[in-house]
Design a protein around this ligand. Structure first.
Ligand SMILES: *Cc1c(COP(=O)(O)O)cnc(C)c1O
Length: 428
């Protein structure tokens, strides 16, 4: 089953795993499976410090709900009018989660039957556009996401994609250039927000431009979801965005899933019909229950957690810059969010820098920058393990030594550092 179309490195890794599993019977395969699951926990919860802003650790009480007998129960349709019977309890989970989401995010309507942030974006595209329509989106140079591009949901849905002109200084779209582009291409939708958010995006200006030309605005909050829930980032719905789509496992620290918010009843009705019967029959009620448990944490500890993430990111960025590392900055400083970026030319690109950090037990990833590649770091998970600003000096030292020194020498120091932070914080 060689997949000739994947990279040589991927083919080699698949072959290596193929050799491991070859000839094993069901018991042998189960042992291997369970060992891999344990090993994953050790990597992420003991050996490494995860500085990928797309990563987080769940409240164990939320995680437990993923294995509580909900996920195998089909639940199609509206509460009180379901297609199947016996769903009285799941209806309570569903309505509770929707209600909590509207409260935590200050939104009129919340759609929880969303399998992922990517599918949440597709829901938004389908609710506002028809195939063949134009959309204007942030390009990869300001961390616009593939779901908005040709190879992602937008392209697969048949939208004509226009990359917005960028403001390389503020690391977002350029609103003057956007106004000209929107007047010319007449998009049905303008999107804003991406995978690296160093300062709030000009949502109000984007919405004014889009609405003047009859276009809708979708804010992609996949990464800033936790900052929104904690109230430390401007709420795009208050600034004119028509739709907000997000992932629920990144800074929000919930299960892998998606969430779509709007204040517009007409759009909410379309999203509802896209969720069901459009793109899902059943949804995963276990994920929705885990999301509800996570949102309860946000109701109680949201501001403290979000503010701590941002304080940590600012402290870490300052410490890294102080050690001579090329930390990206906007006129508002290194970062206003939980994310930061380091120019990665020195290591042959962001992905190469991330691979180097992995050898030091530090997890991160690459990211596009206006003039090259960056290494993207974030504090969502570190903060949740209880690392505060007082240890960002130490953490910056480890990152610096891994990037400029010998990663293998740093690896045990990172594990020893992580061992001091073993309990998930900001949970009820
Ligand atoms: C991660 C991400 C997504 C997709 O999220 P999934 O939940 O992983 O599908 C969408 N948009 C942006 C900007 C992202 O960074």
């Amino acid at each position: 089953m060689t997949r000739a179309w994947i990279s040589e490195a991927a083919q080699a890794r698949e072959a290596q795993i193929g050799a491991l599993i070859a000839g094993l019977d069901a018991d042998g395969l189960e042992r291997l499976l369970l060992a891999a699951v344990e090993r994953n926990r050790a990597i992420h919860e003991q050996e490494c410090v995860n500085l990928d802003p797309a990563a987080n650790v769940m409240n164990p009480r939320a995680e437990a709900l993923l294995a509580a007998g909900l996920s195998s129960r089909p639940s199609l349709g509206w509460p009180g009018a379901k297609y199947e019977t016996g769903l009285e309890a799941i209806e309570e989970v569903e309505v509770l989660a929707m209600d909590l989401a509207t409260r935590v995010f200050g939104a009129g309507y919340a759609e929880v039957r969303v399998p992922s942030g990517a599918i949440g974006n597709l829901y938004c595209f389908m609710a506002t556009c028809s195939p063949g329509d134009a959309i204007v989106v942030p390009p990869p140079t300001v961390a616009g996401h593939v779901t908005h591009h040709q190879r992602g949901a937008a392209g697969l849905f048949g939208l004509r994609i226009h990359h917005a002109p960028i403001d390389a200084v503020r690391y977002t779209v350029d609103t003057d250039g956007l106004a000209s582009m929107v007047a010319e291409v007449r998009p049905a939708l303008v999107t804003i927000g991406g995978s690296l958010n160093l300062a709030p995006h000009p949502v109000r200006a984007v919405a004014d431009i889009a609405h003047r030309h009859g276009a809708r605005v979708m804010y992609d909050a996949a990464h800033v979801s936790g900052l929104l829930a904690g109230g430390v980032w401007p709420n795009p719905l208050d600034q004119g965005a028509d739709l907000v789509s997000m992932s629920t496992y990144k800074s929000l620290g919930g299960p892998a899933g998606g969430l779509v918010l709007t204040n517009d009843a007409g759009l909410a009705e379309r999203i509802d019909a896209i969720a069901h019967p459009g793109l899902t029959a059943n949804y995963d009620a276990g994920v929705v229950a885990a999301l509800a448990m996570s949102l309860l944490d946000w109701q109680v500890h949201g501001y403290a957690y979000a503010a701590a993430m941002v304080a940590n990111a600012q402290a870490l960025a300052g410490e890294l810059a102080g050690r001579g590392l090329p930390v990206v900055a906007t006129p508002l400083g290194h970062t206003m969010s939980h994310q930061l970026a380091v120019r990665a030319d020195e290591w042959g690109g962001g992905d190469a820098a991330a691979v180097r950090l992995r050898r030091a037990n530090l997890l991160a990833s690459g990211i596009g920058l206006p003039d090259g590649e960056g290494l993207r770091l974030g504090t969502s998970e570190a903060t949740r393990w209880g690392m505060g600003t007082s240890v960002m000096t130490e953490l910056a030292g480890l990152i610096h030594d891994a990037l400029r020194g010998d990663p293998a020498e740093v690896a045990p120091r990172v594990s020893a550092f992580k061992a001091r932070f073993g309990t998930v914080q900001f949970v009820r």
